[in-house]
Design a protein around this ligand. Sequence first.
Ligand code: SF4
Length: 241
Amino acid sequence: MTLESRTAPTPSSRTALVRRARRINRELALLYPDAHTELNFTTPLELLVATILSAQSTDHRVNMVTPVLFARYRTAADYAAANREDVEKIIESTGFFRAKTTAIIGVGQALCDRFGGEVPNRLKDLVTLPGVGRKTANVVLGNAFGIPGITVDTHFARLARRFGWTTQTDPDKIESEVGALFPRSEWTMLSHRLIWHGRRVCQARRPACGACGVARWCPSYGIGPTDPEVARKLVKEGPFS
Ligand code: SF4
């Protein structure tokens, strides 16, 4: 039997959609048993700052600047009192460094003013911080506090659409529609798995369909090369940090 003939058709019912989505998640769990955020951090504050820096950048680039940044600024008060030129110099290579400097100094001030210098562990509080949207908030909740959250970045959004879990392009709508297919307890790891698979195999321009471990359940199988030899060359090896 060829892979094409085994590829799942679009499910006709909600139950079938949920079943297939959970099957893909289980297979991705086997493929990426140690999927995790590729940003380096040791505290919620470090993860919050690193996630702000990761906008329009790569985790690898962020991980290159954060050792210096985290050694120099250890608390929210340190960021609140930071000289912006000093911060700009350290984070410049991550891009958009002026806006990011404004955000992380603003985060430091807001944490000191409203949260006793601590990073809050509620979504509704996190999104009130400067430069912090739902994506950043969910990264912090899921990875620093162990509170389930779906992180809709560019990889997650692309794969969720390719898997037929949503047709939305708005991240909040994607989060809500995909979240409804899975138990809350799966949300954080599901996010990591999709991001890992998106970085390594199901890339934006040329997805490696012929070398993809979830091809038989993917309704988009065939949008990239299906020849195993060709596809294998498209797969990128991690780590990306
Ligand atoms: S690489 Fe191809 S088969 Fe695999 S998830 Fe992406 S679109 Fe589907």
